[in-house]
Design a protein around this ligand. Structure first.
Ligand code: MSP
Length: 518
């Protein structure tokens, strides 16, 4: 049994609205997952929801619902959102799943037994809104706390803490020896800087059940529930455990159900997350795993944050992009294309409606769409849709685009991969303008030249469908259908030049991205 390439996203807070930022992270992860599968790897793609906590408890109470009923309703919306984005997920974790709670408790027991969890009284400033203790370090220069924290009260209570002290040296060493552990490099450097210049304070991992009961009880003290990160991060191992991954079940001596279906997932190959939660993934999570006796994930891949029109995305100010509305109006692949082409994994991005429309028109309608439509329409018109003899005029350029796309996919350079693919789109459109098949068709003496040109164009469209599959799966599928090819272009190996056999009859061309008045 081979270990699968295991890739995860952050799990979203169930009580938020799915927005552009969530959609982006999930699409990026989907492209990497599809790309790996296309290249022949076995992949497991996990996403899901973070459902516990005070805000959920309060919101449910305000609606007169039980927290579970409240979560169930929202979870259905999030799962519909994942389907809308055509995510090729292998599982969807909800932190209220019993399979998850069981592993959270098993991991807490393990860390507690290892002497890494202790109880102490803590007195501090507490933000009810953000469910967090604040220290003097959180004060602004004028001494006040950011109004975003809401009302601040002083709270004194006993809680459980996870020991983080004395853990810095090995983690610094790990980051220095494994440059790809946190990517991009500047994020890795930030984590290193943070570890070298600060002492880690022990992490509070509980809340008294009397104050917060919507959480997973601590196995060693039922008067407390687990608070946030010991619940949320553990999703990355609770699903492997539920799937019978012996690395996890062995460590926790938990039951392996249905061993015949057991798969190997851990350690994760890539955790895809946003820049705001790097510390939890690159500092707390490795320390938690070490305390559990488990290997560390191979990579934490950090993306930036989207803004709209240069300002923070915010429901309260109405500055939002509704991915579902954009998809309903323009199609899923137009949305996937814009976010992937506009923003590399790393820096922050800025959505503008004008930018979206400009890319749609130039790169999708006039670029890819026009190429496929005119190539196939001419083959239909001049050769009754029958593919002429193989000819290799664009073979080298197609091979170059395929090689670059493969390398860039492997390195998670999705924006650069799209640039390589569009290099081939542009070249093939120039080829039409230069060879002028519409003129060749008027001169019977040039029939052979017309055959050559038509072959090169149709075959380039086929190669493009294969290269595009991870990014624009619906479009790639339509391109295969219009070429009269069965199935979906989901095997990268099919990008090798010459796959279209002479004599093959193509299907019916139809515009992939209709031009719009914008
Ligand atoms: N529940 C925690 C994560 C737990 S992971 C074990 C959480 N949830 S969240 O809903 O607030 O955010 C989920 C993901 O969406 C995070 O990776 C976050 O960075 C990302 N984004 C939220 N807003 C974003 C943008 N405006 N732009 C890009 N990504 C953003 O944090």
């Amino acid at each position: 049994m081979n270990k699968r390439f295991f890739i995860t996203t952050a799990i979203d807070y169930v009580n938020g609205q799915p927005h552009l930022g969530h959609a982006y992270e999930k699409i990026v992860t989907d492209v990497i997952a599809r790309g790996r599968r296309s290249l022949g790897e076995e992949v497991f793609f996990l996403t899901g929801l973070d459902e516990h906590g005070q805000k959920v408890q309060q919101a449910a109470a305000a609606e007169g619902k039980s927290p579970q009923a409240y979560c169930d309703k929202l979870a259905a919306d999030w799962q519909a959102f994942a389907r809308k984005l055509e995510l090729t997920i292998d599982d969807f974790i909800r932190t209220t799943d019993s399979r998850h709670k069981e592993i959270v408790q098993a991991s807490l027991t393990r860390v507690h037994q290892a002497g890494q969890i202790y109880k102490r009284t803590y007195e501090g400033f507490y933000s009810t809104k953000e469910e967090t203790f604040l220290t003097d370090r959180d004060r602004r220069p004028d001494g006040t706390f950011d109004p975003a924290y809401g009302e601040i009260v002083t709270l004194k209570e006993e809680n459980y803490f996870f020991k983080l002290g004395e853990q810095q040296a090995w983690l610094i060493d790990h980051l220095e020896k494994n440059p790809s552990f946190v990517q991009p490099d500047y994020r890795r450097n930030e984590v290193l800087g943070f570890l070298k210049n600060n002492t880690l304070e022990d992490l509070c991992i509980s809340r008294p059940a009397a104050r917060l009961n919507w959480g997973i009880p601590l196995p060693f003290d039922p008067d407390y529930v687990t608070y946030v990160w010991f619940d949320a991060l553990v999703n990355y191992i609770s699903i492997p455990a539920a799937r019978g991954d012996a690395t996890i079940t062995g460590a926790f001596q938990s039951a392996i159900r249905n061993p015949q279906f057991a798969i190997r997932l851990w350690p994760a190959d890539t955790h895809v997350i946003g820049k705001d939660i790097v510390k939890f993934h690159a500092v707390y999570w490795p320390i938690m795993l070490k305390a559990m006796g488990l290997p560390l994930p191979k990579q934490i891949l950090v993306h930036g944050w989207w803004q709209k029109d240069g300002a923070k995305i915010s429901k309260s100010t109405g500055n939002i992009v509704d991915p579902v509305a954009v998809i309903d109006e323009w199609g899923l692949d137009a949305f996937r294309f814009y976010v992937l082409r506009e923003l590399d994994i790393g820096p922050d991005g800025n959505w503008t409606d004008a930018g979206f429309k400009a890319r749609y028109q130039a790169e999708l309608a006039n670029g890819l769409g026009n190429l496929v439509n005119r190539s196939l329409s001419m083959l239909k018109r001049y050769r009754q849709g029958i593919v002429p003899a193989k000819h290799d005029e664009l073979a080298a350029e197609a091979a170059k685009a395929a090689d670059e796309t493969r390398d860039r996919l492997k390195q998670n350079q999705l924006q650069a991969a799209l640039q390589s693919i569009w290099g081939l789109v542009t070249r093939a459109n120039q080829y039409v303008d230069q060879t002028k098949p519409f003129s060749l068709a008027k001169d019977p003496a040039r029939a052979k030249r017309l055959d050559e040109v038509l072959y090169n164009l149709a075959e380039t469209c086929r190669v493009l469908a294969v290269l595009l599959w991870p990014f624009l799966p619906g479009t790639a599928t339509k391109m295969y259908a219009q070429l009269g090819l069965p199935g979906v272009p989901d095997k990268f190996a099919a990008a090798a030049w010459g796959g279209l056999p002479a004599g093959h009859k193509i299907g019916d061309p139809a515009p992939l991205f209709p031009r719009r008045d914008v």
